[in-house]
Design a protein around this ligand. Structure first.
Ligand SMILES: Nc1nc2c(c(=O)[nH]1)N[C@H]1C(S)=C(S)[C@@H](COP(=O)(O)OP(=O)(O)OC[C@H]3O[C@@H](n4cnc5c(=O)[nH]c(N)nc54)[C@H](O)[C@@H]3O)O[C@H]1N2
Ligand SMILES: Nc1nc2c(c(=O)[nH]1)N[C@H]1C(S)=C(S)[C@@H](COP(=O)(O)OP(=O)(O)OC[C@H]3O[C@@H](n4cnc5c(=O)[nH]c(N)nc54)[C@H](O)[C@@H]3O)O[C@H]1N2
Ligand code: SF4
Ligand SMILES: [Mo]
Length: 894
């Protein structure tokens, strides 16, 4: 019987990407909730992508961290907090404030973030608080500060609805910001806006662009400098705007001019076709309403800040910002990357968009606390200081650096060496939690309460709709408790409303002193009271009164000394570590559609496990040939820093010489698929943001002896030692509907099919159940199925080659059957679906579980567009995240 709702829907915000979609969550009797898009939220108007739609599947308590513990012993909160305070006291007394650090996250709420930042920079008096936004947004922060004198995103999503040209640079928006992408697509279809995608690989986003420029990795500065020179040479600059609003343009233009304005020369430098570059330059020159939206292909680079400046230069030189449909728009990754920037969570900023040169002002506001006077260490340097023992205590909150930092094995080593590692997380089994001395259970989404700011400066409420799990507590509460135990004043908060109010007051505090206005100003929310905070509708800052301003600089000077924006003098430079004979390929990394970061939450949702059940290394056919790599091989990817495994996928969308691997897989769900162990720790000199998109690597196939997979109703323990200790070299676990899935490859030639039967019994358990089994030593095949009361409970298949394995989709379907029939049993033994045509193939639509084959069939039967496919199969009709793939299948069918 379906569970019934216990109350009316709660308005909250999705905890994943920076689009910041509004969610209606309706709690159910059974502790779960139904999830729907909030039609009243301006960011999404009721839509949700695949990840947002599946939020209801992530709420169970499986793998939750429920109790505090110290050195592996469960303790009560008092003991845990006393212990943490004691550790701080000892390190502060013996080594001073520079020996302690916090490493926090854009997934904290603004209230958590404000308290953590105040604790570090005010209470402890150290700048050593950095955040995973260092890995994400810090190059954009530098770019905006350089240009505008303040970290302000000048535009908003509405600009994407009315622009005539949208340039997406280093952004796979279709997969990473799907609801914003749907707005872009809407404009492309209805208003015929042109979409240009600049990305070395043909991503899902690039597939649907009017023009795709697969530039050489890292050559963005050369491309945009070339564009600037072209615009000047052909008389497309807005000199009136430049004279009135911009400084430094003479030098900036001279530097661009040196690069030459000819599209052919620029194309040669960027590894592009001259005609494509000319088309892009002309489109940009001819179109007034241009938005350039960019993300990690720009930020995560040893030239990240310059890439941002090169884009902003082109907008300033043409006066294309601060008007509807124009502007440079960095899209933020995490739900509260912006909120973190607002409170000053980066080691390089102080608080409320004030720098360390304004420490006196912050000191006046924070009163008795001794405010830090120097910036702290940025993430990569911070973990290096932990490794070297200069930092003796680190408190990590809401981030998983053992998986997400570059040179990740060294980060793990640093944490294992550090005597005081405190981790607050809502999950128990992360690779970072495994290194902690003290584990603190944090409230998860649905339990916690506060605010987040999305990519367009819109502040929305995240509201509680579930009780806290176990003994979980809010992050701000833990920090405030420790601060109070250390005798710090100003941490006796009782509610998030109070904290938000203090943050709002700081943004307004002495704002406009000496004529310098900080655009981040929430004066209009100061003193609003708990009720108004509870009911707060989404608002976009600056918030000075009841009306919001969509464009902060439209009628105000920039936040620089003279009130003018500043163009930058730039010189293109090559990525820090070019490929070389030992490591001839470029490793590019990023995201897949249905997983979020280190998978601690999306890994729980059955419907999100089917789209990409394994990490792939995507290789161009040409490279695959020269490296003797074949589809479905398992490859070892090695760099000077480390190694990782992934399944080979041959992909014509790759740029030859580059391979792409997703960042999500980790040691909790796979064997050595943590790609960040391979990534070089090079950073941008100004922002400190790591070069995640460019590491020289070599790739070779594992000498596989056995390929196999297992499906089971119960969780599978791949690393459980089996007979003869035959743990496979490569394994990956994923969640499917009604079953767990594990894919594996073994390099052990001595194993026989019978050994696999033994192993299957260990993995699948249940000695007493009925077993179906078939082994053939000659053709090297093994098939085994466990059946209880006529139902399939688990199965395992092995073969000498990947093509000899049966389809997972058909087998997955058997788990849904109340009883197997004779044909099913014969199929299990034969390793083949009794009706091969019924094989659904890999999952495309996560919402309705529609496989590739059904879509291909529907197209063959006359469905000519996505609407027709939707009408027949429902695929693509809910969240729309699979629409690019549906269109690709339509295009492939011709
Ligand atoms: N599904 C999903 N969505 C997410 C997330 C997630 O984990 N999963 N995470 C969120 C977060 S925190 C973030 S930061 C965003 C990231 O969102 P995106 O930045 O859109 O995603 P990425 O896949 O990291 O990288 C984007 C593209 O940069 C390209 N690129 C690599 N090198 C270069 C280069 O030199 N120049 C150019 N122009 N492009 C290059 C890559 O090929 C890749 O397609 O996504 C957010 N949304
Ligand atoms: N190779 C490669 N590496 C990358 C990137 C890349 O493109 N390529 N991208 C980088 C980028 S842009 C980012 S943003 C990072 C993201 O990397 P991480 O921040 O390390 O990834 P998450 O999995 O989001 O980690 C969040 C953790 O916080 C926990 N958590 C969730 N909510 C809460 C909460 O409210 N409180 C607490 N205390 N814990 C919570 C989750 O269970 C999880 O363990 O990865 C970076 N690393
Ligand atoms: S686009 Fe998807 S992941 Fe991002 S906020 Fe909206 S629903 Fe959440
Ligand atoms: Mo990010």
């Amino acid at each position: 019987m379906p569970a019934t709702a216990t109350q009316s829907p709660v308005r909250t915000t999705c905890p994943y990407c920076g689009v910041g979609c509004g969610v209606l969550a309706t709690p159910l009797e059974n502790g779960q909730a139904t999830i729907a898009g909030d039609p009243a939220h301006p960011a999404n108007a009721g839509r949700l992508c695949s990840k947002g739609s599946a939020l209801g599947e992530t709420l169970d308590l499986d793998q939750r961290l429920l109790h505090p513990s110290v050195d592996g012993q469960a303790v009560d909160w008092n003991t845990a907090l006393d212990d943490v305070a004691g550790r701080f006291r000892r390190v502060l007394d013996s080594h001073g404030p520079e020996a302690v650090a916090l490493y926090v996250s854009g997934q904290l709420l603004t209230e958590d973030y404000y308290v953590a930042n105040k604790f570090a920079k005010g209470g402890l008096g150290t700048g050593n608080i950095d955040t995973n936004s260092r890995l994400c947004m810090s190059s954009s922060v530098v770019g905006y500060q350089r240009a505008f004198g303040e970290d302000v995103v000048p535009g908003c999503y509405e600009d994407l609805d009315v622009a005539d040209l949208i340039v997406l640079v280093g952004a796979n928006t279709a997969w990473c910001h799907p609801i914003v992408y749907q707005r872009i697509r809407g404009n492309q279809r209805q208003r015929k806006a042109q979409v240009v995608v600049i990305d070395p690989r043909r991503s899902a986003t690039a597939e649907e662009a009017d023009l795709h420029l697969p530039l050489a990795p890292g050559s963005d500065v050369a491309l945009f400098q070339g564009l600037l020179a072209f615009l000047e040479h052909n008389g497309h600059l807005d000199y009136r705007y430049l004279e009135a609003q911009v400084s430094g343009f003479g030098e900036a233009l001279a530097a661009a001019r040196e690069q030459g304005a000819s599209p052919a020369a620029v194309a040669a430098r960027c590894g592009l076709g001259a005609e494509d570059v000319a088309r892009f330059f002309q489109l940009f020159a001819r179109t007034d309403r241009v938005v350039t939206l960019y993300s990690q292909g720009v930020n995560q680079s040893s030239a990240g800040s310059d890439k941002v400046s090169a884009i902003i230069n082109c907008h300033l030189a043409t006066g294309r910002l601060n008007r509807p449909g124009t502007g440079p728009l960095s899209i933020t990754g995490q739900p509260n990357a912006m909120g973190g920037r607002e409170v000053g969570g980066l080691a390089s900023t102080l608080a409320a968009h004030m720098g360390f040169d304004e420490a006196d002002r912050v000191q006046r506001f924070w009163g008795s606390l001794a405010v830090a006077r120097q910036p702290g260490l940025k993430a990569v340097d911070l973990f290096e200081a932990v490794h070297a023992g200069r930092i003796q205590l680190i408190w990590i909150m809401a981030t998983n650096p053992v998986v997400s930092m570059p040179d990740a094995d060294r980060v793990r080593e640093a944490l294992l060496r550090c005597p005081n590692v405190i981790v607050s997380d809502c999950m128990a089994n992360t690779d970072t939690v495994a290194t902690a001395n003290v584990r603190l259970p944090a409230e998860a989404w649905g339990e916690k309460d506060g605010t987040v700011t999305n990519s367009e400066r819109m502040i929305s409420r995240q509201r509680r709709f579930l009780p806290a799990a176990g003994e979980a507590r809010p992050d701000w509460w833990m920090v405030a408790q420790v601060a109070q135990r250390l005798g710090m004043e100003g941490f006796d908060y009782e509610t998030t409303a109070e904290i938000f109010d203090e943050h709002a007051r700081l943004t307004a505090f002495e704002n406009d002193a000496n004529g310098r206005i900080r655009q981040l100003n929430l004066a209009g929310l100061v003193g609003q009271g708990a009720q108004a905070y509870a009911a707060m509708a989404p608002r976009r800052w600056p918030i000075l009164g009841p009306e919001d301003r969509a464009r902060p600089f439209a009628d105000h000077p920039f936040s620089t000394d003279q009130g003018k924006a500043r163009m930058q003098v730039l010189q293109p430079r090559a990525p820090a570590h070019p490929p070389n004979p030992d490591y001839p390929l470029v490793l590019n990394t990023g995201r897949v559609r249905d997983h979020w970061h280190t998978m601690t939450r999306t890994g729980k949702a059955p419907r999100l496990g089917g789209h990409r059940p394994e990490p792939t290394v995507d290789v161009h056919p040409q490279d695959a040939r020269s490296l003797s790599l074949f589809e479905q091989d398992v490859a070892l990817i090695e760099s000077r820093w480390g190694r990782a495994l992934a399944r080979v996928h041959i992909d014509t969308g790759q740029r030859p010489g580059s391979v792409f691997v997703p960042m999500h897989w980790n040691d909790a769900v796979s064997s050595r698929c943590r790609i960040d162990a391979v990534v070089n720790p090079v950073v941008d000199p100004d922002s400190g943001e790591p070069e995640f998109k460019h590491t020289p690597v070599r790739v070779r196939a594992l000498p596989a002896a056995w390929y196999g997979f297992a499906l089971s109703r119960e969780a599978l323990a791949a690393d459980a030692g089996g007979p003869r200790d035959t743990a496979p070299a490569y394994w990956v676990r994923a969640r499917g509907p009604a079953f767990w899935r594990m894919e594996f490859v073994s390099i052990d030639e001595h194993l026989s099919p019978e050994d696999w039967v033994e192993r299957a019994k260990v993995w699948l358990g249940g000695e007493r159940d009925e077993w179906l089994q078939y082994v053939d030593a000659r053709t090297r095949q093994g098939r085994i199925a466990r059946i209880r009361d006529g139902r399939l409970v688990g199965c395992l298949f092995v073969a000498a080659g990947p093509a000899r394995l049966p389809d997972r989709g058909w087998l997955g379907g058997l788990f849904a059957k109340p009883a197997l029939d004779e044909a099913d049993r014969r199929g299990l033994l034969a390793g083949q679906s009794p009706d091969p045509g019924a094989d659904p193939g890999p999952q495309v639509c996560a919402c309705f579980g529609v496989g590739r084959q059904a879509i291909v069939d529907a197209i063959a039967q006359g469905c000519g567009d996505t609407d027709a496919i939707g009408a027949r199969l429902k695929a693509g009709t809910n969240c729309g995240s699979c629409l690019p793939e549906l269109r690709a299948l339509l295009a492939a069918a011709g």
